[in-house]
Design a protein around this ligand. Structure first.
Ligand SMILES: Cc1cc2nc3c(=O)[nH]c(=O)nc-3n(C[C@H](O)[C@H](O)[C@H](O)COP(=O)(O)OP(=O)(O)OC[C@H]3O[C@@H](n4cnc5c(N)ncnc54)[C@H](O)[C@@H]3O)c2cc1C
Length: 553
């Protein structure tokens, strides 16, 4: 294990302890064990076993990370519903069907998945155990009673049988929104951003498949159910995610099936064969949620169901989507049928300390719009891995050793936060959605093409290539334009009265700023290539349109 020695020889002593058996903690621990098989690595989780969590839509970066730990792509295909990209519709109160609504699709870079988290997290547990990581359930870390010190941490855990102490040279906090160390040291804050966002969601069965609707205007590369669909409107957006649910499988049977699948030598069976062999029933359900800007929505304060009802009435297309669908009230135990998470944009003030650091949501969380959570989180886990490996070798686990990691996390957080605000502001105009999506996609696909045939490396921590200076520069400009225009329109017109035409000047300025760049990289946006009528040039128009609110004297 390099120069750092374990704190004592008892079996409760570990070289590295990870708090939280979510995807980031498990991937970090698995990578660490693969890289340094001699290290004793433990993952502690306060829950009794992997259970229900939100966060169902994955992107290439996260699936690449899973595969890099030995999980076979075919296993993901057996367990989960295929996702081939991200679809976006623009709705206003006059839109009556999705088929004719303005649409943009970020087509898949490669096949990804819509996952049920109990199954996904359990697969990562089975894989972590396969490589020799210890996973201890029902171990809730109590930071107030613990000692944190480089090379000699002592974690006090509450267990059903009393208490347990875990000694570890280094601690990685991957406790998600609990941010155990983030809250203990400096606090886990609601971000100081122009707007917060909140989500309300529920699970349904008997939703009509999107592909059964007739009359789609544009051509998509895959059936529309195989995208995470985003139905966008000025107050927020709705997610539509078909899921293969294994919820009715017992913990024991599910774990047996996943341990079988995690083993690289197990013959690959079909989903039905697996279901039969391990007595794990599965069924088709839908996750549908509404995410709302706190500066624009006034309904969520009345409850999650009230928000669903309100936006269904306001946007006829949502009524169409949920027509005949049946809400699942008891599908997930201890889960409110209409769940809610309010003001979820958060960050930890302190990311590293003497003998510890934060990864994943424990460090920060921005927003589910376009599914960056798991992919951004896994980039922090991999970056942290490299730093921890070097620090262990150098025998220096003090905070100052992790300055570079801390700077990386802030940079990533800032980029994602700015990018996310841009995405919400694009809901002010149907063409802005497509323009902003294309802007992100050009850099993402270019980056993906450069890494896809290589093993998982530090290049993968440059999330979608969006940390490249030239992308950051353009992104800042786009953010500035959109923010200025949103403030200006907002000063003149309350949100309920705002119309896309109020944002014509914003569109002009955006085309001027990035239209030429997008025109030049049309080959990186397959949806535009596939649909001729979307191929109109974006580069500057001749005259700046006068905002409609400026009346002639
Ligand atoms: C409404 C909503 C929708 C989302 N949708 C998506 C999406 O579609 N795609 C996406 O990529 N992301 C999405 N996310 C984000 C995603 O859920 C998170 O990024 C992801 O779950 C974070 O993984 P993690 O490993 O950091 O933490 P988690 O998965 O939260 O794991 C943390 C673990 O720590 C354990 N823990 C907590 N406290 C303690 C303690 N004191 N001691 C021991 N263990 C502890 C918990 O039991 C848990 O198992 C969404 C988030 C929200 C709020």
């Amino acid at each position: 294990m390099g120069k750092v020695k374990a704190v004592s020889s008892k079996s409760i002593n570990y070289d590295v302890a990870v708090i939280g058996a979510g995807p980031q903690g498990l991937l970090f621990a698995t990578w660490l064990k693969i890289e340094r098989p001699s290290l004793n690595v433990v993952v502690l989780d306060g829950a009794e076993s992997p259970g229900y969590k939100i966060g169902e839509s994955t992107l290439s970066g996260f699936c690449r990370a899973m595969r890099s730990t030995g999980i076979r792509h075919e296993v993901l295909q057996r367990l989960f519903y295929t996702k081939n990209g991200l679809g976006f519709f623009y709705l206003d109160t006059n839109t009556t069907d999705l088929q004719t609504a303005p649409e943009y699709i970020t087509e898949a870079f490669d096949e990804t998945f819509q996952v049920e988290r109990r199954t996904c997290d359990s697969l990562l547990v089975a894989n972590a155990k396969r490589v020799g990581v210890s996973v201890l359930w029902s171990h809730r870390v109590k930071p107030n009673k613990s000692v944190f010190s480089a090379g000699a941490n002592r974690l006090e855990c509450k267990t059903p049988w009393g208490h347990a102490a875990i000694n570890a040279c280094f601690v990685v906090d991957a406790s998600g929104p609990s941010s155990v160390l983030g809250r203990h040291f400096g606090g886990y804050c609601t971000a100081n951003v122009p707007f917060q966002a909140s989500a309300a969601w529920a699970y349904f069965k008997n939703v009509k498949w999107l592909d059964e609707y007739q009359g789609w205007q544009n051509t998509a590369g895959f059936p529309r159910d195989e995208y995470t669909q985003h139905i966008c409107f000025k107050e927020g957006w709705v997610w539509y995610i078909p899921i293969v649910s294994w919820q009715k499988a017992t913990d024991d049977n599910l774990m047996k099936m996943l341990s079988y699948l995690a083993s690289p030598d197990s013959p690959m069976l079909t989903r039905d064969e697996l279901s039969q062999k391990f007595d794990c029933p599965y069924e088709q359900i839908w996750s549908i949620g509404i995410v709302l800007r706190s500066d624009r929505d006034r309904v969520l304060s009345q409850g999650s169901q009230a928000a669903f009802e309100h936006y269904k009435c306001k946007l006829p297309t949502l009524t169409m989507l949920l027509d005949g669908a049946e809400i699942l009230k008891d599908h997930y135990p201890n889960h409110n049928p209409y769940a809610v998470r309010k003001n979820f944009r958060r960050y930890a003030r302190q990311i590293t300390g003497d003998g510890w650091l934060l990864i994943g949501d424990a460090a920060f969380f921005v927003d589910p719009l376009r599914s960056p959570g798991l992919t951004g989180g896994v980039a922090t886990a991999y970056y942290a891995l490299q730093e921890v490996l070097d620090a262990l070798d150098e025998g220096n686990l003090s905070r100052s050793r992790f300055e570079r990691y801390e700077a990386y996390v802030w940079d990533l957080y800032e980029m994602l936060e700015e990018q996310n605000q841009i995405a919400y502001m694009s809901h002010n105009h149907p063409q802005a959605i497509s323009l902003v999506r294309r802007f992100g996609e050009v850099s993402s696909r270019d980056h993906f093409n450069s890494v896809c045939n290589k093993p998982y490396t530090m290049e993968d921590t440059n999330v979608w290539g969006h940390l490249r200076p030239e992308h950051r520069q353009r992104q800042r400009l786009v953010w500035q334009i959109m923010r200025e225009e949103e403030i200006e329109v907002g000063n003149r017109c309350p949100i309920d009265e705002q119309k896309p035409r109020d944002y014509e000047r914003m569109m002009f300025r955006l085309r001027q700023a990035i239209g030429d760049h997008l025109d030049r990289h049309m080959n990186l946006t397959p949806y535009i290539m596939r649909n001729k009528r979307e191929q109109t040039k974006l580069a500057p128009l001749e005259v700046v349109p006068r905002p409609h609110w400026v009346h002639p004297a």
